[in-house]
Design a protein around this ligand. Sequence first.
Ligand code: PTJ
Length: 249
Amino acid sequence: MQDIPKSHPRYNSLMMREKISKAMQSGIVHETGLIAHGRGEAYDYLLGETTIKLADDAEKVAAAALLCANNPVISVNGNVVALAAEECISLSESIPAKLEVNLFHRTDERINKIVNLLKNHGAKDVYGSTADAQIPGLDHNRGLCDKEGIFSAEVILVPLEDGDRCQALRDMGKKVIAIDLNPLSRTARTANITIVDNVTRAVPNIEKWVTKLKDENKQTLDEMVDSWDNKKMLREVNSFISKRLNSLS
Ligand code: PTJ
């Protein structure tokens, strides 16, 4: 890792770039993951590189949905483990939820590398390599998943997802929570709950809410989830960004 002084005004952003770049060299991140990261960075810049109130609200409702589920799953890919492996493991333990590796550019080699990385960071069980089920409506590799994991989950947290898979999971009747810095993406518009925040901030913040809501009764949590208006929240995020741009120009 390059020696970036903590005093550098763009320290966090540069550290993320270093992590993504190193993880690409080791085969964890697909090369197109660098492009995806760049798009995310641009939106993060527009948001002010901070968790805005609207994202915090979504993170709270996401925590409620995950706590209410019988078999919740956190789906991870190359970019997510490069940036937030330990945070995902910690969140999965606090809910508790299963961790499953589900890749857009799927190869057995990448799946095994990511499973091993998570295990080396302390994850006990990691799903995704059995691939004994298929998400209907997706072409072969992208639709592969585990019967005991994503296939049978009713609530799935999908950080950095592609819109097709998000739609296919919804078509299966699942509740999808997406983390996507781009409020205009198909994923953002398709998910039940969209968290417009950086995965590095969103995952620990969901865990903060899991800890706070753990003893809340199920009816209260269900009501929070049922009353969530995702379209309204996305409109408000777009309005937040445009007001911020106006105030800066
Ligand atoms: O590891 P794989 O094979 O599953 O491939 C993963 C990538 C990311 C390459 C694949 O899923 C992909 O191409 O994704 P997209 O369609 O480019 O979408 C990625 C979305 O994530 C974009 O809308 C970005 O704005 C957003 N994004 C990028 N970095 C972050 C992010 N959102 C939250 N936190 C980030 N750090």
